[in-house]
Design a protein around this ligand. Structure first.
Ligand SMILES: Cc1ncc(COP(=O)(O)O)c(C=O)c1O
Length: 383
């Protein structure tokens, strides 16, 4: 594969920072593109010129909800709007009952800390949290099998492990969870936007993600998909007026529940963020997630092979079927090396004892090679 099936040059022209930098930090923050900048400006102009236009602003939030639903093959009514994955996870946790016999949470050791923290915070409500171990940057199904039992209320499994890019088999984990009557919570933040992911057929009961990584968006908003029919069984204690049947009923004395996953909405939605992230998601869908997936997988493999050729150590999986586009390269002094690469306008992402390179649909193979050359040189220089 020498180029993607879409027009890479046309794509690149819409991401201004590519004129001067090599951004390869999608595991942390996506670059700004023309569409997301214009979307932010549209909100600012509306606020400035109309003063207030709640109909349009809430309409945009609904459009963002629908766009996220389409991205994961679901329906808008099964998507809640949150402000972060932490909040989405906390909302789900607050709707589960840990007071009875089924009080266990089995969480993968690859969860982003925030998700683990939310589960641990449920211990005061009766939850017991167990961790599926990470071994060599990967998490094996048999370890889920050994831990999930009839007392497990929920299994928490990220689709992509933020540290190494390891991709978990969600359908297989769902089978293990469901066989014991447990629910499956999936944090798909590290993979959505880089692959085709169909939530309804994945087996997951919940799928949460924010937008600022491979979804080309910004912080301040996140989405939560809930399996159709499940929302109605849960009454989240973290709630607010937008979670009501009619938010504009203005009745503080009545707690009714919005349709489907809308009950997971809380307060005034993140409006400007909705403008921005809808634009990012719409662009990805127009280009096509299958084509994007093929190209990001190719770039990811080039990172792995290129790193090995340069004598660097890759942490986690090297098999393309088990990897997100993120490659983690062992690097004791990762923050210093990240800063060194910055001096050459290469944006990588340090995380603990690793430098992560996370190319996306707009990157070229030449950029991957240049980033690896710079990385090998920075590490060789003992920075
Ligand atoms: C997999 C994953 N989940 C969650 C988060 C953070 O979620 P939030 O800050 O939206 O709560 C991150 C990184 O920021 C992440 O990589």
């Amino acid at each position: 594969m020498t180029h993607p099936t879409y027009d890479l040059d046309a794509v690149r022209r819409q991401i201004p920072i590519l004129r001067t930098h090599i951004p390869m930090n999608n595991c942390s923050q996506a670059p700004q593109c023309d569409r997301t900048r214009i979307a932010a400006e549209t909100y600012l102009a509306s606020w400035n010129e109309a003063g207030m236009d709640w109909d349009a602003w809430i309409g945009e939030t609904e459009a963002a909800r629908a766009e996220f639903a389409a991205l994961i093959g679901g329906e808008a009514q099964d998507v809640g709007v949150a402000t972060s994955v932490s909040q989405a996870t906390a909302s789900v946790a607050s709707g589960l009952d840990f007071t009875g016999k089924r009080n266990r949470v089995v969480a993968s050791g690859g969860e982003f800390p925030t998700v683990g923290h939310v589960w641990l915070a449920q211990e005061r409500f009766g939850a017991e949290v167990d961790w599926v171990p990470v071994r060599d940057g990967m998490i094996e199904l048999e370890d889920y099998d050994a831990l999930v039992d009839e007392r497990t209320a929920v299994v928490s499994a990220c689709r992509g492990y933020y540290q190494t890019g390891f991709k978990q088999d969600i359908s297989a984990i769902a089978e293990i969870a469901h066989a014991k009557g447990a629910l499956l919570y999936v944090d798909a933040y590290q993979t959505l936007g880089s692959e085709v992911f169909d939530a309804p057929s994945s087996g997951a009961d919940f799928v949460a993600s924010g937008n600022l990584k491979f979804l080309m968006g910004m912080p301040g908003i996140a989405f939560l998909w809930v399996r159709p029919g499940l929302s109605e069984k849960l009454e989240p204690a973290i709630t607010g007026w937008f979670g009501r049947k009619d938010p504009y009923a203005f009745d503080a004395t009545r707690l009714d529940w919005g349709e489907g996953a809308r009950r997971f909405d809380t307060g005034t939605p993140p409006i400007m963020e909705a403008y921005v992230v809808r634009a990012g998601m719409a662009w990805l869908r127009e280009i096509g997630l299958e084509a994007i997936g093929a190209w990001t997988s190719h770039l990811g493999q080039r990172c792995v092979e290129g790193a090995l050729e340069r004598g660097l150590t890759v942490l986690g999986p090297t098999d393309p079927a088990r990897r997100a586009p993120t490659t983690a390269i062992a690097c004791a002094d990762s923050h210093a090396v990240e800063a060194r690469l910055r001096e050459e306008n290469i944006i990588a992402s340090a995380r603990g004892p690793a430098i992560r390179l996370a190319p996306h649909f707009y990157n070229t193979t030449d950029e991957v090679d240049r980033a690896l050359d710079a990385l090998a040189a920075a590490m060789g220089s003992g920075t």
